[in-house]
Design a binder for this molecule. Structure first.
Ligand code: FAD
Length: 434
C-alpha cells in the first residue's frame, strides 16, 4: 500500500535553497517602491540564478522548455515562492504568464502548430515578453462566461474582434493578450467561443485605464500586477492568431484555469504561513494586562486554529495536486474547487487574526499584513467566486444521493427492519431469558 507524505531528499535540498533565496534575495525587494522597469532590473540577475539551479518555469513539461515537475512538486515550491509577491516572477511561473503558457501549449497540442512555440511560447517562457488573459467583461457576469459578449467575426484571412474587457491582469504592461471571444453565437457557448493572441499594439486596441482596486486603490498606470480595462474596436488579427481550433475557447479555459487555480492555492499557503509567523512572533513579544499575548487564551486559540486550518488547507492542496498528477485536472474538479474556496477562507482568517494580534501596528502599512489582507480578499473572487465552486462541489456531491420519503436513517423504520432480519435470534434470546 502506498501512503507516503515524505519529500525526496534531492528535492528537499532544492526547497531548502528556495527558502533561503526567497528570504534573503527576494523579500527585501518588496520594501522598495519600484516601477515596472526598475523591478525588471532587480529581478533579472535573480532569474539567472533560478535558471542555473534548474528551477525556471517548472510548471511546463521539458519539451516545452520547462522542468516538468508535476503538481505536487510545484505545490511544495509555490508554498515557498508564494510568501512574496515577486517570488513567482523570479521563478518564471507567475500568473497570468504561467497559465497563458499552458494555454498556448494546449493550443499547440490540439492543432500540431509548431509556429505557436517560436512566436509566443518561447518568448513568454524566457521572460522576453509578458502577457495578459482577457476574458472578464465589465458588463456581463464573469462568473458565467457563457454570457460573454465580445465577438470575433471572420473576414477573409482575418478575425475582427470587438468588445470591452476589464480586470485583464498585467494588461497595461503586456506585449500580448489572450482574448476570449464568441465566434459562433448560433451554437451553445461551450462550442461557440474561441481564444486569440492579440498583440497590444494592434490598431483598434485601446487600454482605457488600470482599474483601481482594494489591492491598489490609488493606481498608477502601468504598474506590475495592474488590472486593465481594454476596448477592442474592430481589432483585426490574422487567422493564425486563433489558438486551438475554432470553438475550443471553453476547453482551453479549463486547461488554463484548473492548474492556475491550484497554483494560487499553493501560493496562499505561503502567504498564510508568513502571516502566522508574524502572529506568533508578536504574541511572544507584546506584553499587556499582566502577561504576554502568548499567554492569553484567545491568542492561543487563534494560533491553534490557524495552525490546524493551514494544515488542513495544505493537505487538501497537496492531495488535489497529487490527484491532478494521477488523473488530470478535469477528473480533479471537485478537489480543485474545494481547495479554492477553503484555501481562500483560511488565507483570509489567518491574516485577519495576525492583524488583530498586532492591533494598530497590524492595521498600519508599517507591517505587510494590511496589504496581504487586501490582496487576500480578491482570492474569494478571481478564478471563479467561492459561491460558484461551492455550487459545483455540492451539486456533484448530491449526484450520489436519491430523494427518499422516509429518511434512510429513520430509527423506527430501521428497528422494524432489524426485527424482521434478526427475528430468529431475537426469538431465541427472548425464549432463553424467560
Ligand atoms: C484581483 C483580480 C484579478 C483578476 N484577473 C483577471 C484576469 O487576469 N483576466 C480575467 O479575464 N479576469 C480576471 N479577473 C476577473 C474575475 O475572474 C471575475 O471577477 C470573476 O470571474 C467574477 O466575475 P464578476 O466580477 O463579473 O462577478 P459576477 O459574475 O458579477 O458575480 C458577482 C457575485 O455573484 C455571486 N454569484 C455568482 N454566481 C453565483 C452562483 N452561481 N451562486 C451564488 N452566487 C453567485 C458571487 O458572490 C459573485 O462574487 C480578476 C479579478 C480580480 C478580483
Amino acid at each position: 500500500m502506498a501512503w507516503d507524505f515524505s519529500t525526496d531528499e534531492a528535492f528537499e535540498e532544492q526547497l531548502d535553497w528556495m527558502r533561503g533565496f526567497v528570504r534573503e534575495e527576494i523579500m527585501p525587494i518588496e520594501t522598495l517602491l519600484l516601477g515596472h522597469d526598475q523591478i525588471i532590473t532587480f529581478i533579472k540577475p535573480l532569474q539567472e540564478q533560478v535558471r542555473a539551479r534548474g528551477l525556471w518555469a517548472a510548471h511546463l513539461s521539458p519539451e516545452l522548455g520547462g522542468m516538468g515537475f508535476g503538481q505536487v512538486k510545484l505545490g511544495l515550491m509555490h508554498e515557498i515562492l508564494g510568501q512574496t509577491v515577486y517570488g513567482p516572477v523570479v521563478f518564471g511561473n507567475n500568473a497570468p504568464d504561467s497559465g497563458n503558457a499552458e494555454l498556448l501549449a494546449a493550443g499547440m497540442e490540439m492543432t500540431g502548430r509548431e509556429d505557436i512555440r517560436e512566436r509566443w511560447l518561447t518568448p513568454l517562457l524566457s521572460g522576453s515578453i509578458r502577457s495578459g488573459f482577457s476574458m472578464t467583461e465589465p458588463n456581463t457576469a464573469g462568473s458565467d462566461p457563457r454570457l460573454l459578449k465580445t465577438r470575433a467575426l471572420k473576414d477573409g484571412d482575418e478575425w475582427v474582434i470587438s468588445g470591452r474587457k476589464w480586470y485583464t491582469t498585467n494588461g497595461s504592461v503586456a506585449d500580448i493578450l489572450i482574448v476570449m471571444a464568441v465566434t459562433n453565437p448560433e451554437v451553445h457557448p461551450y462550442q461557440g467561443s474561441s481564444m486569440f493572441v492579440v498583440p497590444v499594439d494592434t490598431p483598434g486596441l485601446t487600454i482605457l485605464r488600470d482599474v483601481g482596486s482594494m489591492d491598489d486603490p490609488h493606481v498608477v498606470y502601468g504598474r506590475f500586477g495592474n488590472h486593465a480595462e481594454i476596448l477592442y474596436e474592430d481589432v483585426r488579427v490574422p487567422s493564425d492568431h486563433l489558438i486551438g481550433p475554432e470553438g475550443s475557447g471553453f476547453l482551453l479555459a479549463q486547461t488554463r484555469l484548473g492548474p492556475g487555480r491550484i497554483h494560487h492555492c499553493m501560493r496562499w499557503l505561503g502567504q498564510s504561513q508568513r502571516a502566522f509567523d508574524m502572529m506568533c512572533e508578536r504574541a511572544l513579544s507584546r506584553y499587556t494586562h499582566g502577561s504576554l499575548l502568548a499567554e492569553k487564551q484567545t491568542i492561543l486559540n487563534w494560533i491553534a486554529d490557524s495552525k490546524a486550518e493551514m494544515h488542513a488547507a495544505r493537505l487538501m492542496t497537496l492531495h488535489a495536486a497529487w490527484k491532478m498528477d494521477q488523473v488530470g485536472a478535469s477528473a480533479s474538479r471537485d478537489e480543485i474547487a474545494m481547495i479554492k474556496y477553503y484555501g481562500a477562507t483560511v488565507l483570509h482568517n489567518v491574516i485577519d487574526r495576525a492583524i488583530q494580534t498586532y492591533g494598530s501596528l497590524g492595521y498600519s502599512s508599517d507591517m505587510p499584513l494590511e496589504a496581504m489582507y487586501r490582496a487576500a480578499r480578491a482570492a474569494r473572487i478571481y478564478d471563479g467566486p467561492d459561491e460558484v465552486h461551492r455550487q459545483t462541489v455540492a451539486r456533484h456531491a448530491l449526484k450520489n444521493y436519491h430523494a427518499s420519503e422516509v429518511p434512510t436513517d429513520h430509527i423506527p423504520t430501521r428497528t422494524a427492519a432489524a426485527r424482521e432480519k434478526f427475528a430468529d435470534v431475537l426469538e431465541f434470546l427472548e425464549s432463553e431469558s424467560v
